[in-house]
Design a protein around this ligand. Structure first.
Ligand code: 8YV
Length: 315
C-alpha cells in the first residue's frame, strides 16, 4: 500500500513507525516546521490520518485533506477529532478501546494510593536525609474502607470500581442511568451528591461537549477539605480554574491528575501546589498496551484500504 498517503499527526514508538512506513507513505505533521505550507503541499493526496487521542484532528486539518477517507486514533478518547466535520463527508473514524482499559484503571488506583499515602514525599524524606534528621514521616490517609465515587461507569470506570472493591471501599457511581450488572455499588445520579458521599472521586467519563466541566466548582467543593479528585479521563471534564482555586484555598483536600488543559504546558499554578500529584498523561503507557494500541491503529487503516470492516469504528 505504499501509494496510500497518510498524515501522521504525532510520533509513535519505533515498533509502530517501522510497519507504518512499510505499509503506507507517512507524512509527519509533527516534524513540519511550517505547518500551513506542509498541509498545502500534502493535504490533497492524504487519504488517511493517523493521530493520537490527545491530538485528534480538527476541522481545519480535515478540510485541508479533501480526499480524506479515514482517521485512526491511537487512544480510546476521540474528543479531539471533529466528528461533525467527519460526518459531513462520511469520513470513517476508529479508536483503540478495550486494550488500554485495565492500564488506565491501574494507574488511577495507583495515583489514589500514592497520593493518599504521601509516597512521593516519603521517597524524598528518605533521599534527602529527613528520615535521619527529623525521624518519622508525617502520617497519611487510609484508603481501605473509605468512600469512593466513580463518575462514569463505562469500561474504565468499571475496572476502577472493581479494583477499589478489592480495598473494601464503599463504592458509588454516577452515570446516565443505573447499571444492572453492579448491584452492590450504589447509583447516585447527581455528581454533586456523589462527591458529597465520597472521600475519593474518580473521573472516568468519556469527554464530549456535554461533559465539559461536569466536575464544576460545586462538585469540587462538595468533595470537601478531606476529599481527593483523581482524573484519568480528559482535562475538559473538570473546571480546572475551580479545581486550582479549591486546591489553593483548601476547599478540596488534594488531587491526582494525569490530564491537563493545554498539556503538556500546564497551568503553572499546579507546580506551586504540594497537595496535587501530577502525571504526564501516561495512564495507558505500558509497553504491552501501547503495542496493542499501535497494532489497532494500523489494522484499522489496513482494513479500510482493503475494503474490509473496520475493527473498532467510532463513526
Ligand atoms: C493516550 C488517551 O495516552 O486513550 C486515550 O484516550 O488519551 C491515551 O490512551 C494517548 O492517546 C496517546 O497519545
Amino acid at each position: 500500500m505504499t501509494q496510500i498517503d497518510i498524515l501522521q499527526v504525532g510520533p509513535y514508538p519505533e515498533w509502530d513507525q517501522v510497519p507504518l512506513d512499510q505499509a503506507f507513505t507517512m507524512h509527519r505533521y509533527f516534524e513540519a516546521e511550517d505547518k500551513a505550507a506542509f498541509m498545502a503541499e500534502i493535504g490533497p493526496k492524504v487519504r488517511g490520518i493517523a493521530t493520537r487521542g490527545e491530538l485528534g484532528a480538527d476541522r481545519a486539518m480535515i478540510e485541508a485533506c479533501p480526499n480524506l477517507e479515514v482517521i485512526s486514533v491511537y487512544g480510546v478518547g476521540f474528543d479531539a477529532v471533529d466528528l461533525e466535520a467527519c460526518g459531513e463527508r462520511n469520513i470513517r473514524v476508529t479508536n483503540t478501546p478495550d486494550v488500554l482499559t485495565k492500564d488506565v484503571a491501574d494507574l488511577g488506583v495507583a495515583m489514589m494510593l500514592c497520593q493518599s499515602r504521601g509516597m512521593i514525599g516519603a521517597e524524598a524524606w528518605v533521599r534527602d536525609g529527613s528520615w535521619v534528621r527529623e525521624g518519622l514521616y508525617p502520617l497519611k490517609r487510609r484508603v481501605h474502607e473509605a468512600r469512593a465515587g466513580v463518575l462514569g461507569l463505562g469500561r474504565i470506570g468499571y475496572e476502577v470500581a472493581k479494583r477499589l472493591s478489592g480495598f473494601d471501599m464503599d463504592i458509588a457511581y454516577s452515570d446516565i442511568g443505573a447499571k444492572d450488572y453492579v448491584p452492590e455499588w450504589e447509583f447516585v445520579a447527581d455528581p454533586v451528591e456523589l462527591a458529597k458521599r465520597s472521600d475519593f472521586l474518580f473521573v472516568t467519563l468519556a469527554a464530549s461537549a456535554d461533559t465539559r466541566h461536569i466536575v464544576n466548582r460545586e462538585v469540587i467543593e462538595a468533595l470537601g477539605p478531606e476529599g481527593m479528585v483523581i482524573n484519568i479521563s480528559r482535562a475538559s471534564n473538570i473546571d480546572e480554574e475551580a479545581l486550582l482555586d479549591a486546591l489553593e484555598n483548601g476547599a478540596v483536600g488534594s488531587a491526582a491528575l494525569d490530564v491537563f488543559e493545554g498539556e503538556p504546558d500546564l497551568n503553572p499554578r499546579f507546580l506551586k501546589l504540594n497537595n496535587v500529584l501530577l502525571q504526564p498523561h501516561h495512564a495507558s503507557g505500558t509497553v504491552e498496551t501501547r503495542q496493542a494500541m499501535g497494532r489497532l491503529v494500523r489494522e484499522n487503516l489496513q482494513a479500510h484500504f482493503e475494503g474490509q470492516p473496520l475493527l473498532t469504528p467510532v463513526l
